[in-house]
Every structure is written in C-alpha cells, then in structure tokens.
Design a protein around this ligand. Sequence first.
Ligand code: AMP
Ligand code: GLY
Length: 429
Amino acid sequence: MSGTPLTVCVVGSGGREHALARALARSADVVVTPGNPGMTAEVAGHRITVTDTPAHEVAARLTVIGPETPLVAGLADRLRAEGLAVVGPGADGAMLEGSKAFMKRVLEEAGVPTARYGAFQDPESGRRFLDTLDPPYVVKTDGLAAGKGVLVTASREEAEADVVAKLSGESFGEAGRRVVIEEGLVGFECSIHALCDGRRVIPLAAARDFKRAFDGDAGANTGGMGACSPPPEVDDALVGEVMDRAVEPLVAALVRRGIDYRGVLYGGIMVTSSGPVVLEFNVRFGDPETQVLVPRLADDPVGLLLSVAEGRLGGDAPAFTPDAAVCVVAAAAGYPEAPRYGDAIEGLGEDGQLAEPVEGASVVHAGTVRGPDGSFRVAGGRVLGFTGTGPTLAAARERAYGAARRVHWPGMHYRHDIAGSVDAVAVSP
Ligand code: AMP
Ligand code: GLY
C-alpha cells in the first residue's frame, strides 16, 4: 500500500473497540464512531480519531462493527447497500445472537452439540419443562441482555421465580418475554472465535473470559471482568475439534439458509467430560476477549479483516505470537448492580495511557469521559481494561495487575484472580 493511508472505521465505544482500533492502527488510520475520548492516539505513525459521524458518512475502506445491537438492527446491511466493505453479519446472521431460540434451532439443524432446551412464552409450560431437568437449571432471556440475562442455579424455586420475572417483562423488559430454559452443563468454559467470509471459516487463538463480578467466580454475571489467551487448558486439538464439530457445521447451515455471513463467530464453549458443547454463538468479537486476542495477532489485522469483508479469506488460520495476554477489567463503584458515574480517575496521562508506564502493558478505555479540566472520569460500569502481554501467562498477568495498581478512583474494583489464583497477585503495592 502506498500514498494516502487506508482508513478503517470501527463502530462502538468500549474496550473491545479500543483494542481493535489499536491493532488496526498498526497499518491504517482508524476512525471510531462514536468511540470514547480515551481512544484518540497516534500509533505507529497512524492516527486513531473518534467522531459522532455515523459509519456510512465515514465511508471508510473497511468498517468493523463491534457490538451486537447495531448488527441485530441491520447496520451491516445498510452499509453494504452503499457498497462498503463490512466485518459483521447482516440482520439475518445476527439473529443467532438476537434470539437464543433461533440460535438453538440452527444449532440443532446443523447437528452441533448443545444443551437440551426449550423456548417458552408462558410460565406453566416453562415449569413443566423444568420438571424434566436435573439441577443446575439455566434460564435465559431470548433477546439481548448485555450478557446479563442468564441465570444458572441449583435451586428449582429460584429457577421458577426467574422464569416468571423474565416472562412478565419485570426483569429484562421485552428481551425476556420469551425465555430459553436449558439443562445445566458442567465442565470448563472457553471462547473460540472464528472469522467467516460467507463460505470459508478460520479459527483465531483460544481465549477465556471471566464473567462473574468478584473473586472466586462470586457475584452476578457481568459483561466480563477479565480475559486471558491462550487459556492453559485449551490446546490446538481442542480448537480443531470445536471447528469440526461446531463452527464448520454452523457455517454450512447458514449457507443452506442463504445467509452470507461475513464476520466473527464467537462460540461460548463448555468442555464437558464428553467433549466440547456450545453454550451460545455470538456474532461479534468478545469483550474483553478481543483485548487479549488482537495484541497476540502476528498477521496484519487490516488485511485479514478486509479479506473477511470481501469474501476472499485464504485457507490458513492467522498466525499468533507465542506470547500470552491477560486483561483485567476495572469497574465503577457499585458495578454491576448500580454503577456510580463521575468519579475522577488518577494515574492516567493526557493520552489516556498510564502516566507511569508498565513495560508490556496497555490501557483500553471502556467507560470514560473527560471532565471540564480535561482529566478522565468514570462514565460506564466497566471503565478501563489493563492488558499485559509476556512470554508466559504469569508474566502477562503480573504486567496487567502492575498496570491496574497504578490507577485509582473511589470505589474502583477489579478481580484479583484473572488467569490465576488470588494468592498469586500482590493486591497492593
Ligand atoms: P451465555 O450468555 O449463553 O454464554 O451464558 C452466560 C454464562 O452462563 C455462560 O458463560 C455460562 O457460564 C453460563 N451458562 C450458559 N448456559 C449454560 C448451560 N447450559 N450450562 C451451564 N452454564 C451455562
Ligand atoms: N465476553 C462476553 C461477551 O463478549 O459476550
């Protein structure tokens, strides 16, 4: 590429989009819409800017859509109708995440291993289905609920009460007017991302996220409190098995339905004693998994994602560095129930990175604004992500926690056991 640098547009405003922007800025100028003020930067001679201009007006050479909501609402279709190259499925493919009942139907049709389930709109048939299951019980909103619409419980009463609260619209509004009830699976979880260009599909490195709010997997499910890649318990053979048993058959089913799926397929996988089972497919990059995947990507992300958007993926999986990466997410006081906004953040420089840098660590902004004096303030539940990379997971986590310890705001909290035990990290300097 020569002459004017190519421009890539990233849609979204969280930590995932910041991590994508930083990776794409290795070889392109990046415009993030709507972005957040912590993203603006110069990386390797390329600029990251944020704008309120909608994606179709940015009209970049490549547009990468981060969150599920605009995908479900058909943003990728509208941009493609204007001739733009887009990473992200149209509304037809995005239904996989927009309706869990639809996703389960397609998985069944494709013969993909997944938990036994039923979809219900009235509490009585939900109750009858619960009678056929052994604990733990799993109750999910059919529609989008920002990662928070899932209850896993050993208590039959709690499961029933949750079905009633969801169906009444009381707990999740319209998203809960239909519920999916599933058998609870036991095993360990991992996130397998793959890139699909409409026909071909290739895996990215394995990752793991940490969904619960507090140490030891205590507290409510959140949008994600941390991630690591590669997870120690996942090897290439397991990724291959997930591709063969789940991802490839899913893509074949999408093709049969006439869905031209160009974007990310992110499988939430439970590895059980009888092998990997799909919990869900998301239609976008994971957050915070992206924060640990893209720093490890050895290939140029711009070229790779352009080939996804343009339907010309090569057959080979992209190369990843042998380094490990760990991301620790720091949340606002009161998150996830009632996050408090406005607290002033200490420890960041003018550019939003650490005022006192830690080698091998970087910061992504997920929920910040600039106050009147130009300093950063809390403006979201998940506020910052600290990513460390290093030759081992232990080295990467030490860097991530080293970075987290250099930042402070009232009520800031993060888990101390991301990618390791609580004891392995000195909690205070
Ligand atoms: P989902 O949004 O479907 O990935 O669910 C969020 C989390 O709930 C998952 O990461 C699992 O920890 C848990 N979960 C979902 N479905 C099941 C299941 N069938 N059995 C056990 N845990 C589940
Ligand atoms: N890491 C959870 C998600 O992105 O849905």
